[in-house]
Design a protein around this ligand. Structure first.
Ligand code: ADP
Ligand code: ZN
Ligand code: ZN
Length: 801
């Protein structure tokens, strides 16, 4: 075909459509949908995605594609279609959605080379490659070699590699191979001087080995010769040595104990049967696997995947970023070994790319990863599993604002395969769907080995205060801490970071230090003695006296993990404490190291934020303390109660998962709140009913869908007037059944010197809504983007502030 349909890389409303380009004769064989190409656009040459081919167009003066940027499609048909679907659902641009599906390494700024895939037999490629193992893309382009190289790539003789400069991370392997035909090795050995014992030995070894290539160190060891022997024979032209990238496998140094499927309990069997049926019969169905922590959900995942692999199909497992601990990875690597690729944001760009390549080259069957792993380019998907499905990190908070759950279901429909949503505390949205029969509910109500859930005590911190205890630990928690220290058992102390930080307040005048650019309180960082804004990055030295009244009675309030750590070292100097928060886990691998430490019993107390709430499964933890359960309750977010319930249930589940039974102490200033009461009883069903009643009362999800429009600009008056215009425009276009709230100032009214106003639309069925929202974007994008006005629309928002 002669014409390509191209989506160009200009993320704007006016260019969010396909453009036709002629395919020059010499590229006709090559260019396919899913490849990127360079095209002339206005005065520039830019990148674009080919989404389809055709033979006719009504564009009068057709421009031509300048050159291809890929040799094989980077997005297959399914993913191209998915990208368009995401763009529609999230009101974002197609080009933005396509980019979101690709690993960062494939952005244009990285250098590409074309590399031979084989070491021996491709003498025929020597002309093309000039005798080298690889050739620079730019050079190939200049010498007009791309069409020929493309043929070799299609035959599997060569591949395109993106070179990502991860400093000191690219690992090279030295590959040795004979430089002469195999039968001549004997002759060469005979011709060597008799005293070149090692060289003769090496050649004889290679001749006998019947292998085409060797890793240098390995070869030397096997032939029992020093490395220099190889070098000597390379110099004589009998052997050749080349360098090759090896996959930078971040889990390489870990040994994963192989595991085999466990005989399932009756409950597990009942839960897995419907899943296996859909796998067998290739039907799409979404399952809600509702099971308390430790009820054996993961084993159900593993055995479902096992069936999928047996059928020759592939599996995606999504876990929240912070739950992607070595422990979690170990369970999948342990069962499926090198069939597993792992994708998460702590990997370098190069490492992520390596894992992605394994998927694309069909070298793995299973991907375990965070949100974006839902885009793994598998072509025979047999199952998608989303563990901890209630986690808000499955929603991407930048464009395209997709939710991995929706994307997973869309992909599973295409592949006619099941989706399994697993959780001990399902999101209200998902559980409501399960209740209505949209999802099929599967329940695991018992913990393995009939282990009792830990006993939970709720401590009223106001009472503690009244009885004269001013410490951050209640008497009960402190006694239990001492008890565990004496018994040499481990404790997890959890501090809710959300809505909770250390701030500075003057005791005389009540002055609280705020960010000069945002309407938010500055956070005190003790080690650097600085005040920092967590929204815009502003920082300044902490003052000694009140900036307002000059009083010296300026104090730091609130509780940070650092402060808890200090308090612990005062009260329990003998306790060995590991603190885990953003400060101590910033460096790569730190997270894993700290956990290894704790697991090895080199600490008594693990103190941390959200990141310790998930996935920990250590036998010696018998006490969990929650220092302040209610900090999140008062955030301006309709999900505050749900999040509090989920977090407390999750944290409590860390205790007593094994032989020793566990206890949980929850400290709170609002002990009567139903989310705290019911988390203490681990009673999801009652929480669900109560919270559903609240949502109904407030017209919130799952009774209504939401669309949040946020307007930002430096000029407050402008923000207000634009938001008002948008509100009026929308009001006229939605039905009586929809509710429009606003315009009002956003919960954080100013960030980075830009004012923020919003309006929130609650709706059920509103066919005119999306077209109207699109019109709003279109209008303001073309008219006002130059003035620095920004408008964002978040469909089904999770960040309400
Ligand atoms: P969840 O994922 O629901 O938190 P897990 O799958 O981690 O639960 O199971 C909890 C513990 O029980 C794990 O140590 C797991 O190895 C074990 N387990 C799971 N299923 C079985 C089974 N059928 N027989 C024996 N032990 C099991
Ligand atoms: Zn700020
Ligand atoms: Zn003051």
């Amino acid at each position: 075909m002669t014409i390509a349909r191209v989506i160009v890389d200009v993320p704007a409303i006016g260019t969010d459509k396909e453009f036709d380009y002629a395919i020059p004769e010499k590229w006709r064989e090559m260019i396919q949908p899913g490849m990127r190409v360079a095209v002339p656009f206005g005065p520039r040459i830019i990148q674009g995605f080919v989404i389809g081919l055709k033979d006719t167009t009504d564009v009068p003066r057709l421009k031509s594609i300048s050159k291809p940027l890929d040799m094989t499609p980077v997005l297959n048909k399914e993913l191209l279609r998915l990208g368009e679907w995401i763009a529609e659902q999230t009101l974002s641009f197609k080009i933005t959605s396509f980019h979101a599906m690709l690993p960062a390494a494939m952005k244009a700024k990285y250098k590409k080379v074309i590399r031979k895939t084989d070491h021996m037999k491709l003498i025929s490629l020597d002309d093309l490659f000039g005798g080298k193992q690889e050739i620079d893309w730019k050079e190939a382009e200049k010498r007009n070699l791309l069409p020929d190289l493309h043929k070799e790539i299609n035959k599997g003789n060569a591949e395109v590699i993106y070179l990502v400069k991860d400093r000191a991370k690219t690992k090279k392997m030295k590959i040795v191979q004979p430089a002469v035909p195999h039968h001549e090795l004997r002759v060469a050995a005979d011709e060597l001087p008799k005293n070149a014992v090692n060289q003769i030995k090496l050649l004889q070894y290679i001749h006998a080995a019947q292998e085409e290539s060797f890793e240098a160190g390995d070869l030397a060891a096997r032939a029992e010769v020093p490395r220099q022997t190889i070098a000597a024979l390379v110099k004589k032209g009998i052997l050749s040595e080349t360098e090759e990238d090896v996959y930078r496998d971040p889990y390489k140094h870990k040994h994963f104990q192989r595991t085999t499927p466990l005989p399932l309990t009756a409950q597990q069997q009942e839960a897995i049967r419907p899943i296996l049926e859909t796998i067998e019969t290739n039907i799409h169905q979404t399952f809600m696997l509702f099971g308390v922590t430790g009820s054996g959900k993961t084993e159900v995942y593993l055995q479902s995947i096992h069936e999928v692999i047996k059928k020759g199909e592939e599996a995606i497992v999504l876990v929240p970023e912070i739950a992607l601990t070595p422990q979690m990875v170990e369970r999948f690597k342990g069962r499926f070994g090198s069939d597993v690729a792992v994708l998460h944001s702590r990997l370098s760009i190069g490492e992520q790319y390596d894992e992605w390549r394994k998927i694309q080259k069909k070298e793995v069957k299973v991907v375990v990863g965070a949100r974006s792993a839902v885009f793994a380019p598998f072509e025979n998907l047999g199952i998608i599993i989303i563990d901890e499905e209630h986690e808000t990190s499955y929603k991407q908070e930048e464009t395209p604002r997709y939710h991995a759950r929706d994307v997973a279901i869309e992909r599973a429909k295409y592949h006619q395969c099941p989706v399994v949503l697993g959780s001990a505390t399902p999101s209200l949205e998902s559980f409501a769907r399960a209740q209505k029969g949209v999802y099929q509910l599967l329940t695991l109500s018992k913990r393995m080995n009939e282990k009792q859930l830990p006993s939970v005590a709720i401590v009223d911190m106001r009472e503690e205060m009244r009885s004269g205890n001013r410490s951050m630990f209640s008497k009960e928690l402190f006694e239990k801490l001492k008890d565990r220290l004496a018994k040499r058992e481990q404790t997890v102390l959890f501090l809710n970071r959300r809505g909770h930080s250390t701030f500075l307040m003057c005791r005389d005048c009540g002055f609280v230090m705020q960010c000069p650019h945002c309407d938010i309180t500055l956070t005190f960082h003790r080690y650097s003695n600085e005040m920092k804004c967590h929204y815009c990055g502003f920082q300044t030295e902490a003052p000694q006296t009140c900036p307002d009244c000059a009083s010296s009675h300026i104090r730091y309030f609130g509780t940070g993990t650092q402060k808890v750590e200090e308090e612990l070292s005062k009260l329990l100097p003998e306790a060995r404490v590991i603190r885990m928060d953003v400060d101590t886990t910033g460096r790569k691998g730190a997270h894993e190291r700290l956990l290894d430490h704790f697991q090895a019993g080199r600490a008594d107390i693990l103190l941390g934020t959200q990141m310790i709430a998930k996935g920990l499964d250590f036998p010696n933890i018998t006490l969990v303390g929650v220092l302040s359960a209610d900090t999140m309750l008062h955030l301006p977010d309709f999900r505050a109660a749900e999040k509090t319930f989920q977090l407390l249930t999750q944290v409590s589940g860390r205790a007593g998962r094994h032989e020793l039974s566990g206890e949980v102490v929850i400290q709170t200033y609002s002990p009567e709140h139903y989310s705290i009461q019911l988390a203490g009883k681990q009673d999801y069903d009652r929480f669900y009913r109560q919270e559903m009643a609240m949502r109904k009362l407030g017209s919130y999800p799952p009774f209504y869908y939401l669309a949040l429009i946020t307007v930002q600009h430096e000029d407050l008056m402008k923000v207000i007037s634009v938001t008002e215009k948008i509100s009026n425009y929308m009001k006229a276009r939605i039905s009586q059944d929809a509710i429009l709230l606003g315009p009002v100032a956003s919960p954080i009214p100013r960030i980075n010197d830009r004012y923020r106003y919003q309006c929130l639309i609650k709706y059920k069925r509103e066919p005119n809504l999306f077209p109207a929202l699109k019109k709003v974007l279109e209008h303001y994008q073309t008219k006002l983007s130059k003035e620095g006005l920004s408008i964002s629309i978040d469909v089904n928002p999770y960040m309400m502030i």
